[in-house]
Design a protein around this ligand. Sequence first.
Ligand code: C2E
Ligand code: CA
Ligand code: CA
Ligand code: CA
Length: 279
Amino acid sequence: AKTAGRNAVRFFDPAMQAILVVRMMLESNLRIALANRQFMLYYQVQVNSDGKLIGAEALLRWQHPDRGFISPAEFIPLAEETGLIIPIGLWVLETACAQIKQWEEQPETRNLTLAVNVSAKQFQQSDFVESLSEIVGRHQIDPTRLKIELTESTILDNVDATTEKMHQLKKLGIAFSMDDFGTGYSSLAYLQRLPLNQLKIDQSFVRDLNHDENDATIVRAIISLGVNLGLNVIAEGVETSAQRAFLIEHNCYAFQGYFFSKPLPLEGFMALLKSDRAA
Ligand code: C2E
Ligand code: CA
Ligand code: CA
Ligand code: CA
């Protein structure tokens, strides 16, 4: 009885209760957000070593009517826990494919690729391949314009099933980038088996690249690993010309970060693209 009493006290801990209430509100707000079209995609440019704009990463934004923009870092974890990531992730793929279709219709945007983040829970749905091929087919896009970013933990969580799905999607022409590379535990054996097109160096290694010898060594190692495996390597979080210079010197293929542009709403991205073409 004493234990039960103590538990009861804990249950009514006001701090704990406040956290639960906030979570429940956030969850119900997420449902409302989906129904009321409060989500948007922002686009962050990816450029190659010649400075040419080669594509973009789609980054989800939640424009809350009272709270303004809420970061995906804040709501994606809860969306994953509650399963809401499934409809949200499908909305992201729908919107991304519709965008690719629009880009395909203009000569100056026809060759852009669009990278989309897919969370573990979504990729592991048994009907993920079916849903994505349906979306790609319905929008009638060239599937090679679409790239899926998966993290190491997503892949290693269930390596056989994930690899199988990746192979099926690769057959359709869809490309894969391994996101946040270097922060997880991929072994060389897995890397060789996976149908990847790209490694994305995590921004934590890029940040102090020019000052921290360890980070510089890791980045050089990732680039040569990628090159040796026939993968292109992209660095994220590039904020300075010194970082870009180091990466170019060591044969990094592509770059993304505030040095080039912050993630932008579609209109801003298109304006940047026009000025890039004019330059
Ligand atoms: P991520 O995939 O690693 O995305 C890169 C994050 O770094 C983005 O944060 C981007 O805005 C930010 N970033 C870009 N350039 C720089 C830079 O030069 N310096 C710094 N400090 N940061 C930079 P964001 O947009 O807040 O997204 C956070 C995370 O949320 C993403 O990390 C990704 O894991 C997740 N996410 C975003 N959109 C989606 C989505 O549509 N679906 C899923 N499942 N996850 C998403
Ligand atoms: Ca990403
Ligand atoms: Ca990252
Ligand atoms: Ca991440």
